[in-house]
Design a protein around this ligand. Structure first.
Ligand SMILES: N[C@@H](CCC(=O)N[C@@H](CS)C(=O)NCC(=O)O)C(=O)O
Length: 223
């Protein structure tokens, strides 16, 4: 069995897959794909993945992208049990809900606020930061309902949200002290999840210069 993962260390979705693989003791051959050098637009990569995104997993003749789909695939194909992706329909549904929440709300609102400023030299729109804070409040509620993102057990939803939150903390410098449940969960996972520092914190630090170079929020500019 050979599992190749096209990735970049600074990418949160790539980090989530690496964290899960570590937790499952699955070996991934990491293939570095430099987006800054447009390696994802080369014909050989487009042949693998016409959507040209990382992470992309290649499992022999099977190619898969979308980090959350990869997380689920690895659990279903290589998990010795249903530890990280429960089989019980209701438990699984909550894990799925949290994965979609991360993709469609939490990380989406983070990107909507920061990416125009980082990648298109636009000013920050503070209305979008309020939307992002609302997403933090949702996560705070979920983490008040159970020790983990999707209940009382560590699941793929934790690996996914952990990579997102680490980028928010370490790259964007977001302060979560207003959110005690998020802080408690993050501290707990720092102990429990192997490779958080090496995979997520160090990766997010490579993203930091992009955030540091972005235009300051409109209010700060006016002063
Ligand atoms: N929803 C996707 C997002 C993937 C994504 O946008 N990856 C970025 C890097 S973090 C990328 O490959 N961008 C290059 C491109 O879109 O062409 C996932 O979770 O895998």
């Amino acid at each position: 069995m050979a599992l190749n993962l096209y990735h970049m260390p600074l990418s949160a979705p790539c980090q989530s897959v690496r964290l899960l693989a570590k937790a499952m003791n699955l070996h991934l051959n990491l293939v570095y794909l430099d987006l800054m050098k447009a390696e994802h637009m080369k014909p050989e990569f487009l042949k693998l993945n016409p959507q040209h995104v990382i992470p992309t997993l290649v499992d022999n003749d099977f190619v898969l992208w979308e980090s959350r789909a990869i997380l689920i695939y690895l659990c279903e194909k290589y998990g010795k049990n249903d530890k990280f992706y429960p089989r019980d329909p209701k438990k699984r549904a909550v894990v799925n809900q949290r994965l979609y929440f991360d993709m469609g709300t939490l990380y989406a609102r983070f990107a909507e606020y920061y990416y125009p400023a980082i990648f298109q030299n636009q000013s920050f729109n503070e209305e979008l930061f309020k939307k992002l804070e609302e997403a933090f409040e949702f996560l705070e509620i979920y983490l008040g309902q159970g020790a983990y993102v999707a209940g009382d057990k560590l699941t793929v939803a934790d690996f996914c949200v952990l990579a997102s939150v680490t980028t928010m903390k370490e790259a964007a410098g977001i302060d979560f002290s207003k959110y005690p449940n998020i802080e408690r969960w993050y501290a707990q996972l720092s102990e429990e999840v192997s490779g958080l520092d090496e995979v997520c914190v160090q990766g997010a630090q490579e993203m930091k210069p992009f955030f540091d170079a972005a235009k300051k929020p409109a209010a700060a500019e006016e002063q």
